[in-house]
Design a protein around this ligand. Structure first.
Ligand code: ACO
Length: 418
C-alpha cells in the first residue's frame, strides 16, 4: 500500500499521498489540499516545493552528487563530449555513433543565423550587456522559424528544433562577442567540432586542442541542474504553451541575475576588487558576514548544495591544469584559493554550510581562455541550453502538464480597512 502523511488542521484531517523518488527523495503530494481543506502551502522562494516529477537530473545537496540520467557528472566530464552529454540530457540515453553523427550534422546545418538576427545584434550599442543581446536574438529567431511556433510540435519538429537551436545559439553567442569587440561576424566552419567552431567564430583562429577541450568540459559542467531559477523560468513560460524561442529567451534573462548565472561575472569582479585593494581578502570576508552590508561572497553558497558543489571540484582541479597548459600565471587564482581556504575555516560559512559553487572558479578559466568578463554568463547560457530544452521537452510531453499558476496569501488592505 502506498504511504500517506496525515495533516491535522483542527476540524479537518486529511491524508496526503507520499511520493518517493528513485534516489530516495520524499515528497508530500498536496495537489488536493486546497480543494479538500481550503488551505494552501506557503514556501517563500519555493525551497521546499517540488514543482514537477523529472527523469533528467539528480542532485544530492547533502552528499555533493550531481547525475544526469543516472551518469555522474565527473564521469561525463572524463568520458564524453558536450554534444554527447547534451544528447543524453535531452533524449535520456547516450547516443550511439549513428545518432551522434546525425545530431552533429543537424547542429552544423543549424549554425547559420538569419541575416535579420545579425542585424538585430548589430543594432545594439557596442557596450550593451551580451546577455541582453543574446536574449533578444533568441526571441527574434521566432520570426525566422515560424514553422516551430505551433502550440503542439510534432515529434519530428522537436527532433529538428533542438539541434537547430544548439547551432543557432552557438553562432549568436560568438556574434554577440564579435559585436562587443567591434569586429565583423565570422561564419561557422563545418569541419570543426562544436566547441572549436564556437571559439573559431569568436576569435577567427582555429583553437588549439587543449583550449577547446577545456571549454568543452566547462560546457558539460553547465549542461543541466534540475529546477534552478532559469530552468524553472523556462518551464513556467513554456507551461503557457509559449514557444521554445520565448521560453529559452526568458531562461537566458533569469540566468543573467548575479544570484544565478551572473555570479560568474560577479566573482571575477570581486577577485579584481580584492586585488586592487591590495589582496587582503579578510576585509571582504568580514563584509560578507556583516548583516548591515549587502555584500555577499560571490561564488559561495547554493540553495541545494550544503556540501561541495561537485562541479566546483572538477573546475578547481581543471583550473591549475588549464593555466599551466596555457602558460598563464593569474594572481586572481591565488586570491581565489586564499579566499576559499579562509572562508571554509570561518565559523560563519561553516555554520551556514556555504561552499564554493560552480561559478567560483569558472571565471578564472574563461579569463585564461581570453573571454571577456561580461561574456561569462553567455558561456553559461551556451552550456545550459540543452538542460533548458530537456526540461521544456519533458514538460510538454508530460500528460500531467498544466499551466504554472501559484497562489498567494493576500496581506493587503480589505474593504473593511476603509
Ligand atoms: N555570502 C555571505 N553570506 C551568505 C552567502 C554568501 N555568498 N550565501 C548565503 N549567505 C548567508 C545568508 O545571508 C543567510 O544567512 P542568515 O541565515 O544569517 O540570514 C544564509 O547564508 C542562507 O542564505 P540564503 O540567502 O537564505 O540562501 P538561498 O538558498 O536563498 O540563496 C544563493 C542561495 C542565492 C546562491 C546565495 O548563497 C548567494 O547569494 N550566493 C552568492 C551568489 C552566487 O554565488 N550565486 C550562484 C549560485 S550557483 C548558480 O546559480 C549557478
Amino acid at each position: 500500500m502506498s504511504k500517506t502523511a496525515k495533516l491535522d488542521l483542527g476540524e479537518n484531517q486529511i491524508e496526503l499521498p507520499i511520493i518517493e523518488g528513485t534516489e530516495g527523495e520524499k515528497a508530500i503530494d498536496i495537489s488536493k489540499l486546497r480543494g479538500t481543506t481550503g488551505f494552501i502551502t506557503y514556501d517563500n522562494g519555493l525551497g521546499n516545493t517540488g514543482a514537477c516529477l523529472s527523469d533528467i537530473t539528480f542532485i544530492s545537496g547533502e552528499k555533493g552528487i550531481l547525475k544526469h540520467r543516472g551518469y555522474l557528472i565527473e564521469d561525463l566530464c572524463k568520458n564524453s563530449s558536450f554534444l554527447e552529454t547534451s544528447f543524453l540530457v535531452v533524449n535520456g540515453e547516450l547516443p550511439n555513433a549513428d545518432q551522434l553523427n546525425r545530431f552533429k550534422t543537424a547542429i552544423k546545418e543549424g549554425s547559420k543565423i538569419p541575416e535579420g538576427v545579425k542585424n538585430i545584434i548589430k543594432s545594439f550599442p557596442q557596450d550593451a550587456h551580451p546577455m541582453g543581446i543574446t536574449s533578444a536574438a533568441m526571441v527574434a529567431l521566432s520570426g525566422f522559424y515560424p514553422q516551430f511556433l505551433d502550440q503542439d510540435l510534432s515529434a519530428d519538429q522537436k527532433t529538428q528544433i533542438i539541434p537547430l537551436l544548439m547551432g543557432q545559439l552557438k553562432t549568436i553567442c560568438a556574434a554577440v562577442y564579435r559585436h562587443g569587440q567591434g569586429k565583423d561576424f565570422i561564419d561557422s566552419d563545418s569541419s570543426l567540432d562544436y566547441t572549436a567552431d564556437f571559439l573559431y567564430m569568436m576569435t577567427g583562429e582555429k583553437p588549439n586542442e587543449d583550449i577547446a577541450k577545456a571549454l568543452d568540459v566547462l560546457l558539460i559542467l553547465h549542461a543541466d541542474h534540475e529546477q534552478n531559477c532559469s530552468a524553472s523560468t523556462v518551464r513556467v513560460v513554456g507551461s503557457s504553451k509559449a514557444n521554445l524561442f520565448a521560453s529559452l529567451s526568458a531562461g537566458i534573462d533569469a540566468l543573467w541575475g548575479p544570484l544565478h548565472g551572473g555570479a560568474n561575472q560577479a566573482v571575477l569582479e570581486m577577485l579584481a576588487a580584492i586585488q586592487n585593494d591590495g589582496g587582503g581578502y579578510e576585509k571582504f570576508i568580514a563584509k560578507a558576514k556583516d548583516k548591515e552590508d549587502p555584500f555577499r561572497l560571490m561564488g559561495f553558497g547554493h540553495r541545494v548544495y550544503k556540501n561541495f558543489d561537485p562541479r566546483a571540484k572538477v573546475i578547481k582541479s581543471y583550473c591549475d591544469e588549464v593555466l599551466e597548459k596555457l602558460n598563464v600565471n593569474d594572481p586572481l587564482l591565488d586570491i581565489a584559493k586564499g579566499l576559499e581556504t579562509t572562508a571554509l575555516n570561518d565559523e560563519y560559512f561553516a555554520a551556514r554550510k556555504l561552499f564554493p559553487n560552480v561559478d567560483f572558479y569558472s571565471g578564472i578559466i574563461y579569463k585564461a581562455l581570453g573571454i571577456p568578463t561580461n561574456m561569462f554568463t553567455v558561456m553559461f547560457a551556451l552550456g545550459r541550453q540543452p538542460g533548458w530544452m530537456a526540461q521544456w521537452k519533458e514538460m510538454i510531453e508530460s500528460p500531467a502538464m498544466r499551466i504554472t499558476r501559484p497562489r498567494q496569501v493576500y496581506q493587503g488592505k480589505t474593504s473593511e480597512t476603509f
